[in-house]
Design a protein around this ligand. Sequence first.
Ligand code: AMP
Ligand code: ZN
Length: 214
Amino acid sequence: MRLVILGPPGAGKGTQANEIVERYNIPHISTGDILRENIKKGTDLGLEAKKYMDQGNLVPDTLVLDLIQERISRADTKDGFLLDGFPRNVSQATSLDAELDKLGIKLDKVINIIVDPKKLIARATSRRVCPTCGETYNIVAKPPKVEGKCDKDGSDLIIRSDDTEETVSRRIEVYTEQTSPLIDYYKAQGTLFDVDGSQSIEQVTEDIFKGLNK
Ligand code: AMP
Ligand code: ZN
């Protein structure tokens, strides 16, 4: 299973990605997570990427392309992978196709999560994350058992620095302008299927599994 998950900020991509990688036992490759790890460690890549991320803009293609190229050539991707947050524009998608071509493989499916744009800001700004284990919560759709604490390790949950209303609005704009053209790109390849992301988390997961089994 070689998969891509697409959807605007606030669509619940990360939550669904976790369910998918567990079910299919494939690595979850999130360029956003890799970039945030680099920021945490203070690497050159992290320092460079942070400027763009804090504004809600995409980091330059060259930075993510190098990173993704290295990641998808690792041994653990032999039986597949789920790309989350990559590709983010058509140029990244064509580079990915070229890279997969070199490896003699193809994408099997592209999952497209759809949510009413009017609801995205509220959904994206209600996200909370655990700084220790990375688990994601949503104070409306998926609250922790104890308010403000991670279910797994009890850490105090935080708001991602790019989840402020201003940055979320910019990220939605960037999605609309640069990422949403990928929907037609993958439709033309015949790999994309839509899922209604406004349903319960469980129902969205079920629809994704149905689409993947077709
Ligand atoms: P995410 O965790 O996927 O929401 O990504 C958070 C931020 O990381 C984005 O707003 C971008 O600034 C940056 N980012 C993540 N993936 C990419 C990508 N494929 N291309 C460019 N920027 C990215
Ligand atoms: Zn935790």
